[in-house]
Design a protein around this ligand. Structure first.
Ligand SMILES: NC(=O)c1ccc[n+]([C@@H]2O[C@H](COP(=O)([O-])OP(=O)(O)OC[C@H]3O[C@@H](n4cnc5c(N)ncnc54)[C@H](O)[C@@H]3O)[C@@H](O)[C@H]2O)c1
Length: 351
């Protein structure tokens, strides 16, 4: 039995509990949050025995094989480093850290300790994304020329996920003083990861524009809503392709909508996630001379794939790290840091 501890018992921690409880041979034996009321509610809801308000205490008292870190972003680095110092296998929520330096420190420490390490890049759970990556790697669409990707959200206009003006859960995502890197750090990480994963390449140079839109009221508990709401990136990729990557929380009418399109000289692949047009399984492909001539597309249904929680636990069992490791998280953090730098200097930045 793998004995797991959950650190941070807010909203996303429920998704972690549901997924880990679905995996055979995993028991969530302890949970921790700086807010003891939340810990108690969580422990009741998910039948977890050990309750803690201090991470060190939990790590000292419990016999754990692994932890899952689901705190707000700025605590990932200190909490993960503590868990690694205890030689624990660690799954961390995205973003791995708030900057590249911290993220690489975590990746290097995990490697040194020889433990299993994964970042919860949850869109890799999509069968279509996994199949697209495999087909592109096999050369199905030829030499890639263009990549177009976006991550659209509407929660700043829709209110569908609660009131961001007053709720701490959304407020910390809007204020740099509360450790937010804005939309770039929140879902920009997902789309940078998904794009480079599907296209099987890296970003080598980028040019980003960040935008913070005025909001009323302008703060939460005195912390200004000053983090970026929108990022528009032009990117040059290692494989010679050029593309655009866009993320925003002001895309009215689209609660959570992603696209990665990869266009080659022999075909093209498009993956749409959480959009009304598609599911996690549907992959759109234009391939073959006839299809290319007619610009016609077919829809493939991708085979099942393990989710990130299963990949992490499989890794703990087998001792073999699966995809989405800390080094990948740190590489994505390089892109985030480069985007900030580029916006500031108003120009291209090499990675
Ligand atoms: N992978 C995904 O698709 C996905 C989706 C949503 C959220 N997330 C990530 O999950 C994390 C949590 O998001 P959320 O929506 O649950 O936020 P949340 O605000 O609901 O929960 C965060 C919890 O962490 C606790 N916390 C903060 N510092 C702590 C510390 N030092 N020790 C213990 N607990 C601490 C807070 O009290 C809070 O209960 C974030 O990093 C977010 O980016 C990922």
């Amino acid at each position: 039995m793998i004995r797991l501890g959950i650190i941070g018992t807010g909203s996303m921690a429920n998704t972690h509990a549901t997924n880990f409880k679905n995996i055979k041979d995993v028991e969530i034996v302890a949970c921790c949050d700086i807010d003891m009321q939340k810990v108690e509610q969580y422990s009741k809801k998910h039948c977890v025995k050990g309750c803690y308000s201090d991470v060190s205490e939990m790590l000292d008292n419990e016999k754990l094989d692994a932890v899952s870190v689901v705190t707000s972003d700025r605590f990932h680095h200190p909490v993960v480093m503590k868990a690694l110092s205890k030689n624990l296998n660690v799954m961390s929520e995205k973003p791995l850290a708030l900057n590249s330096k911290d993220a690489w420190e975590m990746a290097k420490m995990a490697k040194k300790k020889g433990v299993i390490n994964n970042v919860n890049f949850s869109y890799r759970n999509s069968c279509a994304a996994q199949m697209a990556a495999k087909l592109i790697k096999k050369g199905e669409i030829g030499v890639i020329k263009h990549i177009e990707a976006y991550y659209q959200q509407s929660w700043l206009v829709s209110g569908a996920w609660g009131d961001w003006r007053t709720g701490l859960q959304w407020g910390w995502r809007l204020a740099t003083k509360m450790g937010s890197n804005g939309v770039l750090g929140d879902v920009g990480v997902h789309i940078y990861d998904l794009t480079t994963f599907i296209a099987g390449t890296e970003i080598v140079e980028l040019n980003s524009l960040l935008k913070n839109f005025k909001k009323t009221p302008g703060s939460l508990m005195g912390n200004k809503f000053d983090a970026n709401d929108t990022v528009m990136t032009m990117a040059k990729f290692k494989n010679g392709a050029v593309g655009s990557i866009f993320a925003s929380r002001f895309i009215t009418g689209h609660p959570n909508n992603l696209k990665v399109g990869v266009y080659g000289d022999k075909g093209a692949i498009e993956v749409y996630l959480n959009d009304v047009r598609a599911t996690y399984e549907e992959l759109h492909i234009c391939r073959g001379d006839n299809a290319l001539k007619k610009n016609s597309w077919e829809t493939l249904i991708a085979p099942e794939t393990p989710n990130m929680y299963q990949r992490f636990i499989n890794g703990v069992k087998s001792g073999k790290n699966d995809q989405g490791d800390f080094a990948t998280g740190a590489k994505v953090q390089d892109y985030i840091d480069a985007s900030f730098k580029s916006d500031k200097k108003k120009g291209w930045v090499k990675i």
